[in-house]
Design a protein around this ligand. Structure first.
Ligand code: G6P
Ligand code: MN
Length: 447
């Protein structure tokens, strides 16, 4: 079987071990020749790179792993690029969350003004990255997790309209399916056909079918959520804030049981209640820096010191863990490579899939993934409530991209005003002005 070359852009991310473990698990069906970790943060990459080499020596000696901070060396002869960059790192995420919060507005990395700020930072780096990739590997598949994915997807579509091999993905739908699967008594989430529509971090499951017998299990899932509450599939490993977030699903469902909401809708539909749970002086960024980031990097250092991953049961645990992020990207690459037509919820251009929404919107829907990438299943028109919500959010996303490309202060202000977490234009201006100062090293100049 042909072996593939993969580059992980943002290789210093804490998600890298999970992706490598996903590849280790698939070494028979999706063999890899070479993995390149690329990152512009030398300190992080050095440790993650050494750790990864040891992990592969222990579990995947057939694969070669190199790491580099040199963008001109990262993308030679690559079949798949897995993108997961975070421009500005956790330090900027912290500001994305804290600046809105000190103005009594939701502070979140991908939703509201935080997502807006992060979006304006991500666009330039993602465009540069795609250009560098296309120079050396014109036919590589670019599977992109980089957030805020909704805005990044729109901007890349505008910058590279003819590029058919960029696929924007998000693991949250899979995380939700894994959580339903656990509620249903640990069934395999891959046995579900998940009908879903919306924008990224802004959507709903309309219907979930059990592939094994064709049963519509949506009513059962709703009942179980009402009865038992809702928690992530890996709740034992999750920080408290994620448990609160999953808990909000039950509350949204109680108010409106029509569809199963994505957790991210809490920021738009339950802003008052949600903001109560956010601590303006210790946000999710702090939780991640003190938690996952520290844990993963300490693990890297221990492994480097002992020159083996077999010092404790960390890797064994990881090998058996439910990891939506690592699993999804590897499975999608495999589905494309073997033309397997697997079901996944990913981002695609609307083009009539939802006929009463803009043609050029990037929507998130159920697709089959194969050699030609994502083929969306028809959704049909959406009813007034969803149409209204989605159009407003889409207008916010579109204006954010226009603000970037045109360097337009007014469009930035209009975008923030349209965001349901803000609404008040004077408040939008105050937050925007604070964000401009905080992001001066990253944003284009806005006039
Ligand atoms: C989910 C979302 C991602 C997001 C992540 C943040 O997985 O789909 O888009 O990056 O959550 O998680 P964190 O643990 O860093 O808050
Ligand atoms: Mn996501």
């Amino acid at each position: 079987m042909k072996k593939v070359n993969i580059c992980i852009a943002g290789g210093g991310s804490t998600y890298t071990p999970g992706i490598l473990i996903g590849l280790i698990k698939k070494k028979e069906s999706f063999p890899v020749k070479r993995i390149i970790l690329y990152d512009n943060n030398e300190r992080r990459l050095e440790r993650m790179g050494q750790y990864s080499q040891i992990l592969l020596k222990d579990y995947y000696p057939e694969a070669e792993l190199i790491y580099t901070t040199d963008i001109t060396k990262a993308f030679k002869n690559i079949d798949f690029v897995f993108c997961q960059i975070r421009t500005g790192g956790f330090k900027m995420r912290e500001l994305d969350e804290k600046i809105p919060l000190r103005n009594n507005v939701i502070g979140q990395e991908t939703c509201g003004p935080g997502g807006f700020a992060y979006g304006l930072r991500s666009i330039r780096d993602m465009i540069d990255l795609v250009k560098a990739i296309r120079k050396d590997s014109p036919a590589a598949w670019i599977l992109n997790y980089t957030n805020p994915a909704a805005i990044v997807a729109l901007a890349l579509d505008q910058a590279f309209p003819d590029d058919k091999r960029i696929l924007n993905i998000c693991d949250q739908p899979i995380s939700l399916l894994m959580a339903y699967a656990r509620l249903l008594g640990d069934i395999d989430y891959k046995d579900m056909i998940p009908y879903y529509f919306g924008l990224n971090h802004f959507g709903w499951f309309t219907k979930i079918i059990d592939k094994r017998n064709g049963e519509d299990i949506t009513p059962k899932i709703k009942q179980l959520i009402f009865k038992n509450g809702f928690a992530p599939a890996d709740k034992e490993q999750r920080d408290p804030s994620w448990l609160v977030t999953y808990g909000a699903v039950k509350q949204m469902l109680k108010l409106d049981p029509t569809y199963l909401p994505n957790t991210y809708l809490q920021y738009y539909l339950l802003p008052k209640e949600t903001i109560e749970h956010l601590d303006p002086s210790y946000t999710r960024a702090n939780e991640v820096m003190d938690g996952r980031d520290k844990r993963v990097y300490e693990q890297c250092e221990r492994v480097i010191q002992h020159q083996t991953t077999k010092i404790d049961d960390f890797v064994t645990k990881e090998l058996t863990k439910k990891d939506a992020h690592g699993e999804m990207i590897v499975e999608i690459a495999e589905a494309i490579f073997h033309d397997q037509e697997r079901y996944y919820v990913v981002m695609v251009k609307n083009k009539g899939i939802i006929p009463n929404l803009p043609e050029e919107a990037i929507i998130e829907v159920l697709c089959t993934l194969g050699a030609n990438g994502a083929t969306p299943l028809d959704v049909g028109p959406v009813s007034t409530y969803y149409k209204g919500l989605i159009e407003q959010q889409y207008a916010y996303e579109r204006l954010t991209c226009e603000a970037y490309f045109e360097g337009s202060y007014l469009k930035a202000l209009q975008a923030l005003t349209l965001n349901r977490t803000v609404v008040d234009m004077a408040l939008a201006k105050k937050i925007l002005d604070e964000l401009i100062v905080a992001n001066r090293d990253y944003w284009p100049e806005m006039k």
